[in-house]
Design a protein around this ligand. Structure first.
Ligand SMILES: NC(=O)c1ccc[n+]([C@@H]2O[C@H](COP(=O)([O-])OP(=O)(O)OC[C@H]3O[C@@H](n4cnc5c(N)ncnc54)[C@H](OP(=O)(O)O)[C@@H]3O)[C@@H](O)[C@H]2O)c1
Length: 283
């Protein structure tokens, strides 16, 4: 495969940072982006081009940043929508502004970046759009509504996008990581809310404390995940000679949660098939 040019969002830590290093190690070109350039100077020293890109900025500002990125090497082959953060709260404590901010980064930011790159990929009739979504886009854990809601929303947006653009030769890859060791749950990154409502206090505190206890102790090895994602895009290693699926779960926790939900869905369809299938007009 020829050398690919990757544009990656949210590269100051975690998946984005490791992916930038891995992409470079495979001989590809990485354009690493972050909302503060000072946080990715080390990636510049490692050989990546670096650009400032805050996914919550206006569509015009993001279009400008993407145009700058395209101008650097004359093209973008792979766009990785990676930037996001976790906000958690009980429904009854959830403030509208908090939910809006979560969707602004995790959903509308992704939409803006993708809309900025898409005409370029469509005109070139090639390219891959990678979306780092989550097990939380598949399974709604309690108190995880803002984050899970944002990731479920992305699932729908991206599934539609994939189907409407595959005819242009554009590949879409939706990645569903389980829990991986990054800065995601670190105090500076996560936005947690302890419930102010006595009925939720115990469970909400256990949830917030549980997340804090998991910070940088997650079982998933992000380096292993990143290598698999790059293999899937480059059709090398684990993906060599195989059809690359649209949706790709990663991690033992994701595997079991997805399996359980599939079984639950099949059981529902079997147990209630007659009722479910009884609502068509008789004519
Ligand atoms: N780690 C996991 O267990 C896990 C599981 C499932 C899915 N994911 C997904 O993996 C992706 C990467 O997260 P991570 O685990 O690597 O966590 P991370 O270490 O916290 O990295 C998240 C990155 O997103 C950036 N970011 C946040 N808001 C941004 C904005 N408005 N504009 C641009 N960049 C912004 C952060 O940059 P700043 O330094 O500027 O804040 C940071 O570089 C996310 O989409 C996350 O939902 C992670």
């Amino acid at each position: 495969m020829t050398q690919l040019v990757w544009l990656i969002t949210g590269c100051s830590s975690g998946f984005g940072e490791l992916m930038t290093h891995h992409v470079l190690s495979r001989g590809d070109i990485a354009i690493a982006t972050a909302r503060k350039l000072s946080k990715i100077t080390h990636l510049g020293r490692a050989g990546a081009a670096t650009l400032e890109l805050d996914v919550t900025h206006s569509q015009e500002a993001i279009n400008d940043a993407v145009a700058q990125a395209i101008a650097l090497y004359g093209r973008i082959d792979v766009v990785v929508n990676n930037a996001a953060y976790v906000a958690t709260a009980a429904w009854e404590d959830m403030e509208y502004g908090q939910l809006l901010a979560q969707f602004d980064t995790n959903v509308f930011g992704v939409v803006k970046v993708t809309r900025a790159v898409l005409p370029h990929l469509r005109e070139r009739k090639s390219g891959t759009m990678v979306f780092i979504i989550s097990l939380s886009g598949w399974y709604g854990h309690p108190f995880n509504g803002p984050y899970s809601g944002s990731k479920f929303a992305l699932e729908g947006l991206v599934e539609s996008l994939s189907r409407e653009t595959e005819g242009f030769g554009i590949k879409t890859l939706l990645i569903e990581p389980g829990r991986f060791r990054t800065m995601l749950l670190s105090p500076d990154h996560i936005h947690t809310t302890r419930s102010k409502i006595p009925a939720y206090n115990k469970a909400s505190n256990a949830h917030v404390d549980g997340l804090a206890g998991e910070d940088r102790k997650q079982q998933g090895d992000t380096k292993k995940a990143v290598k698999i994602i790059v293999d899937l895009v480059r059709k090398e290693g684990i993906a060599e000679g195989r059809e690359v699926p649209f949706r790709f779960p990663l991690g033992t926790d994701c595997y079991s949660a997805m399996w359980e939900k599939c079984e639950e869905t099949i059981r529902l369809l079997r147990d209630w098939d007659q009722v479910i299938n009884s609502t068509d007009h008789d004519d």
